[in-house]
Design a protein around this ligand. Structure first.
Ligand SMILES: Nc1nc(=O)c2c([nH]1)NC[C@@H]1CN(c3ccc(C(=O)N[C@@H](CCC(=O)O)C(=O)O)cc3)CN21
Ligand SMILES: CC(C)C(=O)C(=O)O
Ligand SMILES: [Mg+2]
Length: 270
């Protein structure tokens, strides 16, 4: 059964909400089959699949393409499309059209925006138009040129501001809130203060759910932020398989007779 925004909203399960990113159909299938509640088509695709240093170069077209692939692969999970840098926030018409594409064209069920004072009204508009919005506070990687990748909410003022912004986005209609790289006690305080669920990444154990970049979680990335746990070693498994392939080709073991086809009637011809 498809996870819905209402399921996420209800915080119904006693178990924390699980969210992972995916950027392609096959990964979405695997993540979906293993029962992950929410798949985020993250703009982290700029780092993982496209090899950029930051998420800033990612385009709306790229996000729509990756979201289309993920929506084809996911059966049960709620699919959330991340809105890329400068695709929202400066012009309502453009923001709404870009977010609308993710649902109309690409098959997402909701969008995520990196939130700030400038996204409160937009969150309200999108929600009213039928586009569910996941908010995102704390470390917001699209603001890397202002924040770096440092822990956020480390002063009393910054913590209070984050709590106020979280409440403002809840009031504006956001259905959930990602908290990235904030002190665990602040994430707990925000989680307590809100009705909508919080989903943490580097935000401690007291959020209503957790999210990681799938490449990091399965051990595919060559570097991960310090808040990541690698639950597998896919990079090594893939490297070993690739090395076995090259060895088998170079030694002449592959392809064998079982991989080769002929046409019996033509045997004499060859
Ligand atoms: N593979 C991947 N995983 C992610 O979690 C991720 C992405 N890509 N791309 C988009 C953003 C960027 N994120 C980041 C990027 C860097 C740090 C980082 O450098 N953290 C350092 C500390 C840096 C500092 O304190 O200034 C660390 O040690 O974790 C953290 C999160 C999270 N997101
Ligand atoms: C890390 C998550 C929250 C994200 O925004 C992304 O993957 O782009
Ligand atoms: Mg993102």
């Amino acid at each position: 059964m498809r996870t819905t925004v209402r399921d996420v909203l209800s915080k119904a399960g006693e178990e924390p909400i699980t969210m992972l990113t995916a950027y392609d159909a096959v990964t979405a299938e695997i993540v979906d089959e293993r029962g992950v509640d929410v798949i985020l088509v993250g703009d982290s695709v700029g780092n993982t699949a496209h090899g950029h240093e930051t998420t800033l170069p990612v385009t709306v077209d790229q996000m729509a393409d990756h979201t289309t692939a993920v929506a084809r692969g996911a059966e049960d999970a709620l699919v959330v499309a991340d809105m890329p840098f400068l695709s929202y926030g400066h012009d309502d018409k453009e923001s709404i059209e870009n977010a609308g594409r993710m649902l109309k064209e690409a098959g997402a069920h909701a969008v995520k925006l990196e939130s700030g004072p400038h996204t409160v009204e937009l969150t309200e508009k999108l929600s009213h138009l039928g586009i569910p919005v996941m908010a995102h506070l704390g470390l917001t990687p699209q603001s890397v040129n202002q924040q770096g990748y440092a822990l956020q909410g480390t002063s009393e003022e910054a913590a209070d501001r984050m709590l106020e912004l979280a409440a403002a986005h809840e009031d504006a209609g956001a259905f959930s809130l990602v908290l990235e790289r904030v002190p665990a006690p602040l994430a707990a305080r925000i989680t307590d203060a809100l009705e909508i669920p919080t989903i943490g990444i580097g935000a401690g154990p007291d959020c209503d759910g957790q999210v990681l970049v799938v490449d990091d979680a399965v051990g595919l990335s060559d570097w991960t932020p310090s808040f990541v746990e690698e639950f597998g070693n896919v990079r090594e498994a893939m490297g070993d398989a690739i090395e076995s392939y090259t060895e088998a080709v170079e030694s002449g073991e592959f392809p064998g007779a079982e991989h080769s086809e002929g046409v019996e009637e033509l045997d004499e011809l060859y």
